[in-house]
Design a protein around this ligand. Structure first.
Ligand SMILES: [Zn+2]
Length: 245
């Protein structure tokens, strides 16, 4: 008897902890910028939770979401929550979604980390602000780098190469490549996240045909990183009514 293997998403929950559910939708799960499709996916995997998402602008603004948070949040690229009534969404096609979770604080979030955000130090600014604002310890924070473009496929112009420190730029046959995932991992560590608490999914959006890639297909379609707390603030049925998908 064959094991049933889901083919329209990857599940990263186990790298974060038992109190959280973290998925990434594949291309076979359809375009997540299509609201009806996104809501159906959210209903299937995060029943009873309100999807909260942003109009991502490759900036570094962080927004804490709860059941009252309307979507889309303008100019937001980091979503965090303490509320298990919501599921947070970050759309990507080559950019790298960075999931994080602290079990003690029952606190979760996702960063939209593309080259623009990374060049603006979105990882460091996010880690700084959550450490200041929430009762969590960086030493217990768990993180996952979801699917995104790898160093072999992120070819950049001469001009763009100069945006990043030289150690992250490799040259091959006169072309330049940037290792965004390495920058993210090193910045997480320098922010106090333990090496063993950083899991790299190892999935490259450009290589994996079942993941949306803007570089490969020039598509407006997007996959989506989802995260939801499974414990924490209790649902309040009166507020939930009429809200949840
Ligand atoms: Zn690749």
């Amino acid at each position: 008897m064959g094991r049933r293997v889901p083919d329209d998403f990857a599940d990263f929950s186990k790298y974060l902890g038992s109190g959280v559910k973290a998925l990434f939708s594949f291309r076979s799960g359809g375009d997540m910028k299509d609201s009806a499709n996104m809501e159906a996916f959210a209903r299937r995997h995060f029943a009873g939770a309100l999807p909260v998402y942003a109009k991502q602008s490759h900036g570094t603004v962080l927004k804490e979401a709860d059941i009252q948070t309307p979507s889309p949040q303008p100019d937001v690229d980091v979503l965090v929550t303490l509320d298990r009534n919501v599921v947070l969404l970050i759309f990507t096609a080559d950019c790298i979604p960075v999931y994080f979770y602290d079990e003690q604080a029952s606190f979760a979030g996702i960063i939209h980390a593309g080259w623009r955000g990374v060049s603006k130090n979105i990882i460091i600014s996010t880690m700084d602000s959550i450490e200041k604002k929430y009762p969590l310890r960086m030493s217990s924070l768990k993180t996952v780098l979801g699917p995104g473009i790898c160093r072999r496929h992120f070819e950049v112009s001469e001009e763009l190469a100069h945006v990043f420190p030289e150690i992250y730029v490799k040259e091959k046959k006169g072309k330049k490549f940037v290792d965004l995932k390495l920058i993210i991992k090193q910045q997480l560590e320098s922010s106090g996240v333990k090496h063993q608490n950083i899991h790299d999914s190892g999935l490259c959006s450009f290589e994996e045909g079942n993941i949306f890639s803007y570089r490969r297909d020039k598509t407006p379609e997007r996959g989506c990183a989802f995260i939801r707390l499974l414990s924490g603030q209790a649902p309040s049925p009166s507020i939930l009514e009429g809200f949840v998908v």
